[in-house]
Design a protein around this ligand. Sequence first.
Ligand SMILES: CC(C)(COP(=O)(O)OP(=O)(O)OC[C@H]1O[C@@H](n2cnc3c(N)ncnc32)[C@H](O)[C@@H]1OP(=O)(O)O)[C@@H](O)C(=O)NCCC(=O)NCCS
Length: 176
Amino acid sequence: MRRWRDEDLDPFAALNADPAVMEHFQKVMTREESAGFIDRIEAEFEECGWGFWAVEVEDGAPFIGFVGLHRVPFQVKSSTAIEVGWRLAQEHWGHGYATEAAERAVRFGYDEAGLLEILSFTNPANVRSWKVMERIGMVRDPSSNFEHPNVPVGHHLRDHIVYRFPERPDGLRRPN
Ligand SMILES: CC(C)(COP(=O)(O)OP(=O)(O)OC[C@H]1O[C@@H](n2cnc3c(N)ncnc32)[C@H](O)[C@@H]1OP(=O)(O)O)[C@@H](O)C(=O)NCCC(=O)NCCS
């Protein structure tokens, strides 16, 4: 998991243009949109010291997608939130890379960045995504279900489910 490099743009634009990867988003992304996304990710790193890390496979593919932390730009259950999120090229699904990287991102968020809560959310049909949430120890919080503010009313992708880490006796939500 590392900061982004110029040579990541080609494979990132390719995965963002893949309808299979973008099945649960409203549309695929152009190369320019992918470049702008990298700029925003890097800006978050500069500001916060963390963000969506570029992911490479040790002794393997130099770039397979991103996994990391992001300040949610809208309120989830009337509070600001930091999410753990992921997006990998389809040829790299099925190896546990998202799970491995997400565990590391969450550890970093809690232990090194001092975050108090990290949550995750997705459309209920995005089973692969919420399976990652469950694999890293998050549990679904139905009381936090919400309608995504950037998705038009009535669109099938508007409904979102939220996953959190279970609450501990000290009141913090962290992996055990
Ligand atoms: C969501 C996404 C990252 C999940 O990828 P994934 O490869 O299914 O997830 P993981 O990396 O955790 O891998 C789990 C799979 O690898 C297998 N696996 C192999 N080795 C493993 C290991 N050491 N540890 C965990 N899983 C392992 C698991 O059995 C599972 O296989 P399955 O698909 O047959 O059930 C991917 O589907 C994606 O990029 N989707 C498009 C973007 C997207 O929707 N992002 C989320 C928006 S909310």
